[in-house]
Design a protein around this ligand. Structure first.
Ligand code: HEC
Length: 160
């Protein structure tokens, strides 16, 4: 069979793709809610170096807080299928907006995990870091965050 690619075929193909794109928007997928007023937030309630606060806010808050910023392309399928799930799971595992609700033991555990994930380069999540250049952390930045988790853990430990 010979497939002839002419103008008409291309127009038809584009039409089908556009129709498909519009159709998949109809598949229900609830966007995880955003709240900007979070009285239990980590950064608001903790004395931390401004540099660390800025890095965590930029690199982690989209998935690990209630203050997710959705760019327009993340509000559309098929991106929503992956993005919303990461946010739901990310918040469930670690939500910086609920930080002060954690017990000291839970904070220590979370800080230990943060140190591990950031130190090993596993977080921020790779597909996210590829798209969000600002969220990428270099070696020095990683070390600064890891050192902060250690210092904060010590402070928590001796305060109790
Ligand atoms: C694109 C979303 C996204 C971003 C951005 C992100 N994470 Fe995650 N994070 C996740 C998801 C999803 C999981 C759960 C992964 C799993 O368990 O397989 C996770 C897991 C974790 C865990 C493990 C929690 C546990 O109890 O197992 C820690 C710690 C963590 N992230 C810290 C961070 C830090 C620190 C940053 C910023 C430097 C960050 N993450 C950025 C999505 C994200």
């Amino acid at each position: 069979m010979k497939i002839r690619i002419n103008k008409k075929t291309i127009i038809k193909l584009v039409g089908v793709l556009v129709a498909l794109f519009l159709l998949i928007q109809l598949i229900p997928n609830k966007r995880p809610a955003v709240t900007m007023d979070n009285p239990s937030d980590l950064i608001q309630n903790t004395k931390m170096p401004p540099q660390v606060a800025r890095m965590i806010q930029t690199s982690c808050y989209d998935c690990h807080s209630m203050e997710t910023k959705y760019p327009w392309y993340d509000k559309m399928a098929p991106a929503t299928w992956l993005v919303y799930r990461d946010i739901r799971v990310g918040r469930r595992k670690l939500n910086f907006s609920d930080w002060t609700k954690l017990s000291t033991a839970e904070k220590l555990k979370a800080l230990n995990h943060i140190g591990e994930e950031v130190g090993s380069g596993d977080m921020p999540f790779l597909p996210y870091a590829i798209i969000h250049k600002k969220a990428r952390l270099n070696k020095e930045q990683r070390k600064i965050i890891v050192d902060w988790t250690k210092q904060y853990s010590k402070d928590l430990f001796y305060a109790n």
